[in-house]
Design a protein. Structure first.
Length: 123
């Protein structure tokens, strides 16, 4: 016998639903979804992960880490910057990038930890 993965009876907890709906109204779900869309790109996730490992990297460093041209690395870094996931500073002719804040670092580290756990348990 297979187990159904849906409710077999339609009923809901009105108080719970109202609390969650009120909480949703106070969030910018679109911005949250966009953040995950940007990080869903494997190359941008590599860039973000690299910036978790080092406090700051120049575009040249990032290009070498991801095995791309400077233009490609810059494109990915600009995309991350648009969503306030990274920040940059200029030093002479070099552009250095870093994660915007500790929240972004925690998000990347949590994704890494979860991924390792899923590999360990074979999922």
């Amino acid at each position: 016998m297979t187990e159904k993965d849906t409710c077999e009876l339609y009923c809901f907890d009105e108080a719970k639903v109202n609390r969650v709906q009120n909480s949703l109204e106070q969030q910018d779900i679109s911005a949250m979804a966009n953040m995950f869309k940007v990080l869903a790109d494997e190359t941008r996730m590599k860039v973000a992960f690299a910036l978790c490992q080092e406090d700051e990297m120049c575009v040249c460093d990032v290009a070498n880490v991801i095995g791309s041209s400077l233009a490609t690395a810059s494109h990915h870094l600009r995309t991350l910057k648009k969503l306030n996931l990274v920040k940059y500073r200029k030093e002479g002719k070099l552009a250095f990038y870093a994660l915007e804040d500790e929240h972004v670092r925690e998000l990347i580290q949590l994704a890494s930890t979860h991924s390792k756990e899923m590999i360990t348990v074979g999922k």
